[in-house]
Write a protein that binds this ligand. Sequence first.
Ligand code: ADP
Ligand code: MG
Length: 255
Amino acid sequence: MTMRQTDESLRQKAARLRLTYIRDNMPELMRAATESKMTPREVLDYVLSKEVDRRDANRVKLATMAAHFPRACTLENFDFAAQPAVDPGTIRELAKVEWVAAGENVLFLGPPGVGKTHLAIALGREAVKKGFSALFISASGLVSLLDKARRESMLDEKIAMLSKPQLLIIDEVGYLPISTENANLFFQLVSRRYERKSIILTSNRSLNDWGVIFGDPTVATAILDRLLHHCTPVNIMGDSYRLKEAKKDKLFKEK
Ligand code: ADP
Ligand code: MG
């Protein structure tokens, strides 16, 4: 279909208003409206719905990029049958992300390979889908970021930056010990977010070990106090999914 003069002028107006769906699909829109004999109300609804859908999709795409998720884990590809230690009802409830709106926290605890990071990313993606901003960072990455900021006298700016996203995912607390000085910076961040912005934290260490991880029981207690106050703890005391998969592969090969 060739574009008429008036269509081109409509297209330009759509472009000015950043109605990108109309801008890019003018002939198809005209054809669809004519062929299905839409009423004016139906045309408006059709066009505005397309714009809204596109804008939502763009927003989710940008927010997903900004979140820096390291992998594309979703709740759909989490196998609940393979991990009986995880209660599907609890995860379904968390997937509504009402706790993010309330500034509450989620803690995933358990040995390596049980799906802590997978679930943390999957919930992060649910939050982004529902319009929240998120940021994923490893605990060691976070600590070195804060440490560097302190040395460069940029700590306030860095903590302000890390306090912006409505959900901060701190992955793998406990793999590396944290110096007392850095534990204090970690505490500053957690208290800045306390009761306003959510944290998902994953750890392979029991909470009793946190005094050792943070090199100081007092700071560890202060951090835990704030984290746990409004928090859903999810203990995954199951077997490693990776190991299970590896064993399955081996069985196949042996047959
Ligand atoms: P953790 O963070 O507890 O060490 P991960 O979340 O990194 O474990 O899981 C290890 C690997 O196994 C990842 O690739 C993850 O996607 C996968 N995985 C773990 N549990 C499940 C599960 N129940 N269903 C599907 N994949 C899983
Ligand atoms: Mg992990």
